[in-house]
Design a protein around this ligand. Structure first.
Ligand SMILES: NC(=O)c1ccc[n+]([C@@H]2O[C@H](COP(=O)([O-])OP(=O)(O)OC[C@H]3O[C@@H](n4cnc5c(N)ncnc54)[C@H](OP(=O)(O)O)[C@@H]3O)[C@@H](O)[C@H]2O)c1
Length: 210
Protein backbone atom coordinates (compact mmCIF):
# COMPACT_ATOMS: atom_id res chain seq x y z
CA UNK A 1 0.00 0.00 0.00
CA UNK A 2 1.29 3.46 -0.86
CA UNK A 3 2.52 5.42 2.16
CA UNK A 4 0.23 8.26 1.24
CA UNK A 5 -2.82 6.11 2.05
CA UNK A 6 -2.23 6.42 5.78
CA UNK A 7 -4.73 9.29 6.05
CA UNK A 8 -8.24 7.88 5.72
CA UNK A 9 -11.64 9.53 5.50
CA UNK A 10 -14.42 7.16 6.49
CA UNK A 11 -17.69 8.62 5.22
CA UNK A 12 -20.46 7.40 7.51
CA UNK A 13 -21.16 7.47 11.24
CA UNK A 14 -23.21 4.27 11.47
CA UNK A 15 -21.95 1.06 13.03
CA UNK A 16 -20.06 0.26 9.83
CA UNK A 17 -18.21 3.55 9.63
CA UNK A 18 -17.36 3.38 13.33
CA UNK A 19 -16.16 -0.22 13.02
CA UNK A 20 -13.91 0.50 10.04
CA UNK A 21 -12.58 3.72 11.56
CA UNK A 22 -11.75 2.05 14.88
CA UNK A 23 -9.89 -0.81 13.19
CA UNK A 24 -7.91 1.46 10.86
CA UNK A 25 -6.98 3.73 13.77
CA UNK A 26 -5.83 0.64 15.68
CA UNK A 27 -3.61 -0.19 12.69
CA UNK A 28 -2.05 3.27 12.83
CA UNK A 29 -4.04 5.14 10.20
CA UNK A 30 -4.92 8.78 10.72
CA UNK A 31 -8.71 8.58 10.47
CA UNK A 32 -11.48 11.15 10.32
CA UNK A 33 -15.13 10.15 10.10
CA UNK A 34 -17.52 12.10 7.88
CA UNK A 35 -21.09 13.06 8.73
CA UNK A 36 -23.71 15.55 7.53
CA UNK A 37 -22.85 17.65 10.58
CA UNK A 38 -19.56 17.93 12.44
CA UNK A 39 -19.77 16.54 15.96
CA UNK A 40 -16.24 16.45 17.38
CA UNK A 41 -12.57 16.58 16.41
CA UNK A 42 -12.92 13.06 15.02
CA UNK A 43 -16.39 13.26 13.47
CA UNK A 44 -16.32 16.08 10.97
CA UNK A 45 -18.31 17.01 7.88
CA UNK A 46 -18.29 14.72 4.86
CA UNK A 47 -16.29 17.41 3.02
CA UNK A 48 -13.65 17.69 5.73
CA UNK A 49 -13.26 13.92 6.05
CA UNK A 50 -12.92 13.57 2.28
CA UNK A 51 -10.37 16.37 2.10
CA UNK A 52 -8.38 14.72 4.91
CA UNK A 53 -8.23 11.23 3.45
CA UNK A 54 -5.99 10.04 0.65
CA UNK A 55 -7.98 6.84 0.97
CA UNK A 56 -11.75 7.15 1.37
CA UNK A 57 -14.40 4.67 2.46
CA UNK A 58 -18.05 5.08 1.57
CA UNK A 59 -19.88 3.67 4.59
CA UNK A 60 -23.28 5.19 3.95
CA UNK A 61 -26.46 3.45 2.84
CA UNK A 62 -26.45 2.69 -0.86
CA UNK A 63 -29.67 4.65 -1.41
CA UNK A 64 -28.17 7.89 -0.02
CA UNK A 65 -24.53 7.48 -1.02
CA UNK A 66 -24.67 9.89 -3.95
CA UNK A 67 -26.04 12.59 -1.65
CA UNK A 68 -23.34 11.94 0.95
CA UNK A 69 -20.58 11.85 -1.66
CA UNK A 70 -21.87 15.03 -3.31
CA UNK A 71 -21.48 16.75 0.05
CA UNK A 72 -18.05 15.15 0.40
CA UNK A 73 -16.87 16.29 -3.02
CA UNK A 74 -16.54 19.97 -2.12
CA UNK A 75 -13.61 21.41 -4.08
CA UNK A 76 -13.06 18.10 -5.86
CA UNK A 77 -12.09 16.23 -2.69
CA UNK A 78 -12.83 12.87 -4.35
CA UNK A 79 -10.59 13.54 -7.36
CA UNK A 80 -7.95 10.85 -7.78
CA UNK A 81 -8.81 9.24 -4.45
CA UNK A 82 -9.18 5.52 -3.92
CA UNK A 83 -12.80 5.22 -2.78
CA UNK A 84 -13.66 1.91 -1.16
CA UNK A 85 -17.39 1.39 -1.53
CA UNK A 86 -18.82 -0.98 1.07
CA UNK A 87 -22.42 0.13 0.49
CA UNK A 88 -25.43 -2.01 -0.24
CA UNK A 89 -28.72 -0.87 -1.77
CA UNK A 90 -30.94 -1.82 1.17
CA UNK A 91 -34.39 -0.33 1.74
CA UNK A 92 -35.40 -0.49 5.40
CA UNK A 93 -38.55 1.59 4.90
CA UNK A 94 -40.77 -1.40 5.66
CA UNK A 95 -38.59 -2.76 8.45
CA UNK A 96 -36.43 -5.85 8.65
CA UNK A 97 -35.45 -7.72 6.58
CA UNK A 98 -34.76 -4.86 4.19
CA UNK A 99 -35.60 -5.03 0.52
CA UNK A 100 -32.47 -5.51 -1.58
CA UNK A 101 -32.78 -3.02 -4.44
CA UNK A 102 -29.97 -4.57 -6.45
CA UNK A 103 -30.12 -5.53 -10.12
CA UNK A 104 -27.85 -7.33 -12.55
CA UNK A 105 -27.81 -4.21 -14.75
CA UNK A 106 -26.26 -1.62 -12.46
CA UNK A 107 -24.77 -1.33 -8.98
CA UNK A 108 -24.43 1.41 -6.38
CA UNK A 109 -20.71 1.38 -7.06
CA UNK A 110 -21.17 2.01 -10.78
CA UNK A 111 -23.59 4.86 -10.06
CA UNK A 112 -21.01 6.36 -7.72
CA UNK A 113 -18.24 5.94 -10.31
CA UNK A 114 -20.43 7.58 -12.99
CA UNK A 115 -21.31 10.49 -10.70
CA UNK A 116 -17.68 11.02 -9.62
CA UNK A 117 -15.54 9.94 -12.59
CA UNK A 118 -12.33 11.31 -11.06
CA UNK A 119 -12.65 8.99 -8.04
CA UNK A 120 -11.20 5.47 -8.27
CA UNK A 121 -14.02 3.33 -6.90
CA UNK A 122 -13.33 -0.16 -5.62
CA UNK A 123 -16.13 -2.33 -4.29
CA UNK A 124 -15.00 -4.28 -1.23
CA UNK A 125 -16.15 -5.68 2.12
CA UNK A 126 -19.88 -5.44 1.41
CA UNK A 127 -20.58 -9.18 1.65
CA UNK A 128 -20.12 -9.82 5.36
CA UNK A 129 -20.71 -8.30 8.74
CA UNK A 130 -18.19 -5.49 9.06
CA UNK A 131 -16.85 -6.65 12.42
CA UNK A 132 -15.73 -9.75 10.55
CA UNK A 133 -14.63 -7.84 7.45
CA UNK A 134 -12.11 -5.77 9.39
CA UNK A 135 -10.98 -8.68 11.55
CA UNK A 136 -11.17 -11.78 9.33
CA UNK A 137 -8.99 -13.91 11.58
CA UNK A 138 -11.76 -13.85 14.18
CA UNK A 139 -13.17 -16.81 12.21
CA UNK A 140 -11.11 -19.99 12.65
CA UNK A 141 -11.13 -20.79 8.94
CA UNK A 142 -10.15 -19.69 5.47
CA UNK A 143 -12.91 -17.59 3.89
CA UNK A 144 -13.41 -15.29 0.94
CA UNK A 145 -13.67 -11.59 0.24
CA UNK A 146 -14.08 -9.82 -3.07
CA UNK A 147 -12.92 -6.70 -4.87
CA UNK A 148 -14.09 -5.12 -8.13
CA UNK A 149 -13.06 -1.88 -9.81
CA UNK A 150 -11.88 -0.26 -13.00
CA UNK A 151 -8.48 0.98 -11.78
CA UNK A 152 -5.87 -1.72 -11.21
CA UNK A 153 -3.64 0.50 -9.07
CA UNK A 154 -6.57 1.34 -6.82
CA UNK A 155 -7.42 -2.35 -6.51
CA UNK A 156 -3.80 -3.07 -5.61
CA UNK A 157 -4.03 -0.49 -2.82
CA UNK A 158 -7.27 -2.02 -1.56
CA UNK A 159 -5.79 -5.50 -1.68
CA UNK A 160 -2.84 -4.24 0.37
CA UNK A 161 -5.22 -2.67 2.88
CA UNK A 162 -7.19 -5.92 3.14
CA UNK A 163 -3.92 -7.73 3.82
CA UNK A 164 -3.18 -5.38 6.71
CA UNK A 165 -6.64 -6.17 8.12
CA UNK A 166 -5.65 -9.83 8.17
CA UNK A 167 -6.97 -11.22 4.88
CA UNK A 168 -4.73 -13.73 3.15
CA UNK A 169 -3.84 -12.93 -0.44
CA UNK A 170 -5.53 -16.13 -1.66
CA UNK A 171 -8.71 -15.16 0.21
CA UNK A 172 -9.08 -11.93 -1.82
CA UNK A 173 -10.84 -12.66 -5.11
CA UNK A 174 -10.70 -9.99 -7.83
CA UNK A 175 -13.95 -9.98 -9.82
CA UNK A 176 -12.59 -7.66 -12.49
CA UNK A 177 -14.08 -4.31 -13.41
CA UNK A 178 -16.71 -2.45 -11.44
CA UNK A 179 -19.60 -4.32 -13.06
CA UNK A 180 -18.49 -7.09 -10.68
CA UNK A 181 -20.16 -5.04 -7.94
CA UNK A 182 -23.57 -6.10 -9.29
CA UNK A 183 -23.21 -9.67 -8.06
CA UNK A 184 -21.70 -8.47 -4.79
CA UNK A 185 -24.79 -6.35 -4.12
CA UNK A 186 -27.22 -9.02 -5.34
CA UNK A 187 -25.53 -11.41 -2.89
CA UNK A 188 -27.21 -9.54 -0.04
CA UNK A 189 -30.43 -11.40 -0.76
CA UNK A 190 -28.64 -14.67 0.01
CA UNK A 191 -26.69 -13.14 2.93
CA UNK A 192 -29.88 -11.99 4.66
CA UNK A 193 -31.42 -15.44 4.31
CA UNK A 194 -28.24 -17.16 5.47
CA UNK A 195 -28.19 -14.98 8.56
CA UNK A 196 -31.50 -16.54 9.56
CA UNK A 197 -30.31 -20.03 8.68
CA UNK A 198 -27.09 -19.87 10.69
CA UNK A 199 -28.65 -17.83 13.48
CA UNK A 200 -26.57 -14.64 13.40
CA UNK A 201 -24.42 -12.30 11.28
CA UNK A 202 -20.96 -13.69 12.07
CA UNK A 203 -20.39 -16.02 9.15
CA UNK A 204 -18.89 -15.94 5.70
CA UNK A 205 -18.54 -18.02 2.57
CA UNK A 206 -15.42 -19.69 1.25
CA UNK A 207 -14.96 -20.13 -2.49
CA UNK A 208 -13.32 -23.53 -2.93
CA UNK A 209 -11.50 -24.28 -6.16
CA UNK A 210 -9.53 -27.17 -7.56
N1 LIG B 1 -23.87 -3.91 8.80
C1 LIG B 1 -22.74 -4.39 8.30
O1 LIG B 1 -21.98 -5.09 8.98
C2 LIG B 1 -22.38 -4.05 6.88
C3 LIG B 1 -21.39 -4.80 6.25
C4 LIG B 1 -21.00 -4.45 4.96
C5 LIG B 1 -21.59 -3.35 4.33
N2 LIG B 1 -22.56 -2.64 4.98
C6 LIG B 1 -23.09 -1.42 4.32
O2 LIG B 1 -22.41 -0.31 4.92
C7 LIG B 1 -23.19 0.86 4.75
C8 LIG B 1 -23.27 1.61 6.07
O3 LIG B 1 -24.11 0.91 6.97
P1 LIG B 1 -24.47 1.51 8.45
O4 LIG B 1 -25.56 0.66 8.95
O5 LIG B 1 -23.29 1.75 9.25
O6 LIG B 1 -24.86 3.00 8.14
P2 LIG B 1 -26.23 3.73 7.90
O7 LIG B 1 -26.84 3.88 9.23
O8 LIG B 1 -26.98 3.12 6.79
O9 LIG B 1 -25.64 5.11 7.36
C9 LIG B 1 -25.13 6.05 8.24
C10 LIG B 1 -24.55 7.22 7.48
O10 LIG B 1 -25.40 7.61 6.38
C11 LIG B 1 -25.57 9.02 6.42
N3 LIG B 1 -26.86 9.40 5.84
C12 LIG B 1 -28.08 8.92 6.17
N4 LIG B 1 -29.02 9.52 5.41
C13 LIG B 1 -28.37 10.38 4.58
C14 LIG B 1 -28.78 11.28 3.56
N5 LIG B 1 -30.08 11.41 3.23
N6 LIG B 1 -27.84 11.99 2.91
C15 LIG B 1 -26.53 11.87 3.22
N7 LIG B 1 -26.07 11.02 4.19
C16 LIG B 1 -26.98 10.30 4.86
C17 LIG B 1 -25.54 9.35 7.89
O11 LIG B 1 -25.19 10.69 8.07
P3 LIG B 1 -25.12 11.35 9.54
O12 LIG B 1 -23.76 11.00 10.07
O13 LIG B 1 -25.27 12.79 9.29
O14 LIG B 1 -26.23 10.77 10.35
C18 LIG B 1 -24.46 8.42 8.40
O15 LIG B 1 -23.18 9.00 8.29
C19 LIG B 1 -24.52 0.41 4.21
O16 LIG B 1 -24.55 0.64 2.81
C20 LIG B 1 -24.54 -1.09 4.52
O17 LIG B 1 -25.38 -1.81 3.65
C21 LIG B 1 -22.98 -2.99 6.22
Amino acid sequence: MSDNLSAVGVLGTGVVGETIAARLAELGHDVLIGSRTAKSDRVVTFADAAAHGHLLVNATGGLVSIDALTAANTAGALDGKVLIDVSNPLDFSEGFPPKVLATDRESCSERIQAAFPQARVVKALNTMNMALGVNPRSLPATHSTFIAGNDDDAKADVRALLRTLGWGDEEILDLGDLTGARGLELYLTLWLRLMGTVGGPTFNIHVVRD
